[in-house]
Every structure is written in C-alpha cells, then in structure tokens.
Design a protein around this ligand. Structure first.
Ligand SMILES: Nc1ncnc2c1ncn2[C@@H]1O[C@H](COP(=O)(O)OP(=O)(O)OP(=O)(O)O)[C@@H](O)[C@H]1O
Ligand SMILES: [Mg+2]
Length: 206
C-alpha cells in the first residue's frame, strides 16, 4: 500500500480536485483507494455523499487519528491512501507529510500561489518525504505555466510531467459526485488525470 498526501497551505490550489480524481483513476484500474479527508470543510466527504458507488472510500479524519486511519486502510486491503489536507494547517499537514510515501504540492501558475509555496515546501522538507509539484489550472498558451515552472525550479523538487489544464470538466464532475474519468472519459481532463496517475504510480512504485 502507498500513501500520497496532497499539501498546500494556499487555499484553492486543487488539493481536493486532484485527490478525488486520482482516487477515481485508481478505482477504475481495479485498485482499492481510500481518501482521508483532513479538511474540516469536509469537501471530499460531501462529494462522496453525491455518489451512488461505494468506491473510493472517504474517511473523515484529523491529525491525531491519521496514523490509525491509515492502519485501518491497510488492514482493510487498500492499495492506495490519498490524504486530502486543509489549507493553513501546518501541524496537521506535517503529520500527513510524515506518514506519506509522497507529497504532492498542487500549484496554480499565479504569483499568489508561487509566493505562498515556500511554506508548503518547508513542511515536506521537515517531514523528510519526497515531494513533487503539480501545476494545476493552467491556461493554454498563456505562458504562465512555463514561467511558474521556472520559478518552481528554484526549489529543486521534481515537477509532475503532466500539467492539469483549466477545464470545466474538473468543476462539473465534482459537482455531480464524479471524477473527470467518469464524467467525460475521452476528454482532455480525463487524459491528464490518467497521465498524472501513471506518473505517480511509477514514482511510488504502485
Ligand atoms: N484544473 C482545474 N480547472 C478548473 N477548475 C479547477 C481546477 N482545479 C480546481 N478547480 C476549481 O478550483 C476550486 C478549488 O479547487 P479545490 O477545492 O480542489 O482546491 P483545494 O486546494 O482543495 O481548496 P482548499 O484549500 O479550500 O481545500 C474548485 O472550485 C475547483 O472546482
Ligand atoms: Mg480542499
């Protein structure tokens, strides 16, 4: 079993969107995925209530019981645990990062996100867990994602080989209790998530 934590102290960078879509990608591959929702806003848990399918399992949690929840997922035969964290939650994010095999740091190509990213990188570094940036919400041909990639290069952490575009499918699918792979399996967003999931599986050897 592998554990991936989505971390970003900046709100709205795409933690929940990426968590749920990766969990759906795993589920559609026949793997057992569990999402642990550490955000008091409970966005992931709310999303799961819109679904009729049982998978992926969403477990609401908080920092102090995170290790127990991960152990429960392992005992229950999970292949992949994805931890969706809350913004501005340094101590809980640090616990999540320490318990994860990989930290994913979503970042939008904007100065507001880039200016705030150092705090999140520091948490992953403190945890001693490998971390990778994921550029999210990228507008085609704006050049902003290229600039963001240059700025992120200063942190000496890998950047996921797949950028997620600014696409309505990400918003609409979650509103319907789905992931983009269910909502529009042949769409661009679905393709991006498949590619991202493949790259992450390779990185953590899932
Ligand atoms: N690639 C994308 N294209 C279009 N919209 C997106 C994309 N990624 C995320 N969004 C939208 O941006 C908003 C914030 O995304 P999300 O909730 O996943 O971020 P978050 O990091 O989990 O936020 P929070 O810090 O509040 O938990 C949501 O409305 C989501 O639908
Ligand atoms: Mg969220």
């Amino acid at each position: 079993m592998k554990t991936i934590a989505l971390l970003s102290q900046k709100g709205g960078s795409g933690k929940t969107t990426i968590s749920l879509n990766l969990a759906i990608a795993a589920t559609l591959k026949g793997e057992s995925a569990v999402v642990i929702d550490l955000d008091p806003q409970q966005s992931a848990a709310r999303w799961s209530r819109l679904r009729s399918a049982d998978a992926p399992v969403i477990l609401p949690g908080h920092g102090p019981n995170l290790a127990d929840l991960i152990a429960r997922a392992r005992d229950g035969g999970a292949d992949l645990v994805i931890i969706d964290t809350a913004p501005k939650s340094e101590s809980t994010s640090l616990i999540a990062a320490k318990l994860a095999d990989l930290v994913l740091i979503p970042c939008q190509p904007s100065n507001l996100d880039l200016d705030a990213i150092a705090d999140t990188v520091n948490i992953a570094t403190l945890a001693g867990t490998p971390a990778t940036f994921v550029l999210n919400n990228c507008r085609a041909s704006s050049g902003l994602a290229d600039q963001a990639e240059e700025a992120l290069a200063g942190y000496r952490l890998p950047i996921a080989p797949v950028r997620l575009g600014n696409r309505v499918a990400y918003v609409k699918s979650l509103a319907d209790g789905q992931g983009v792979l269910e909502h529009e399996p042949r769409g661009r967003a679905a393709h991006e998530i498949t590619q991202l999931f493949g790259a992450i599986c390779k990185q953590v050897r899932l």
